[in-house]
Design a protein around this ligand. Structure first.
Ligand code: NI
Length: 201
């Protein structure tokens, strides 16, 4: 009799563990779908542009957006990507008017308005730089699934730290919807070709 009760208890326990496991797996699956959902990239933001004007995503409606997240003190990757993005815009010809390139800082601590203002002009006359409070930057980066953090060991570097960050160029529609992402290293030609198709179509 005791053995039977023990068996039932054990079976219930196993059932419970399996049920919990299935529930956990379902939650993981659901989260995975949400975090990779293409339509889910982007969203509202409130930031300050390189002229000191407060802007939101609504200020850019009606234009396709090319967005790159980075920081002005980046020694190599950001300048390379921004130069590629600027070259792609120039290759668009008359269509370029319908595309607004944006650079969003992931280093609001150092990327002040005046600093951004000096920086964006180095790449393209129409490039708009955006920065904000740490919370505003965190929110927009979250919306675009952008990872960024001070590089390990940077705590000791004072104001001389590096940032780790993901490096993608996002193409957004004139309605603010996500269209496409270009991985770091995409050539200006390839970018321009894809943008042309999307903007025309
Ligand atoms: Ni960078």
């Amino acid at each position: 009799m005791k053995a039977r009760i023990l068996r039932i208890a054990l079976a219930s326990l196993v059932g419970l563990v399996i049920a919990a496991g299935i529930a956990w797996w379902q939650v993981q699956q659901a989260e995975r779908v949400v975090t990779t959902g293409v339509a889910d990239i982007g969203g509202p933001f409130q930031l300050t542009d390189h002229t000191g004007r407060s802007v939101t995503e609504a200020d850019f409606r009606g234009k396709h957006l090319l967005i790159y997240f980075g920081y002005t003190y980046c020694p190599d990757v950001c300048p390379t990507e921004l130069a590629a993005m600027a070259a792609a815009v120039d290759k668009l010809g008359p269509l370029a008017e319908r595309v607004q390139p944006l650079f969003i800082s992931v280093d609001p601590e150092r990327d002040t308005v005046s600093h951004l203002s000096d920086y964006v002009g180095l790449f393209h006359p129409r490039l708009v730089g955006l920065t904000g409070t740490p919370d505003q930057v965190r929110d927009v980066a979250r919306g675009y699934r952008v990872y960024y953090a001070k590089a390990p060991g940077s705590e000791k570097a004072g104001n001389d730290y590096l940032m780790d960050h993901s490096s993608f160029v996002y193409l957004m529609g004139p309605d603010g919807r996500f269209i496409q992402v270009f991985p770091g290293g995409t050539t200006p030609d390839k970018m321009a070709e894809a943008i042309t198709q999307r903007v025309k179509g």
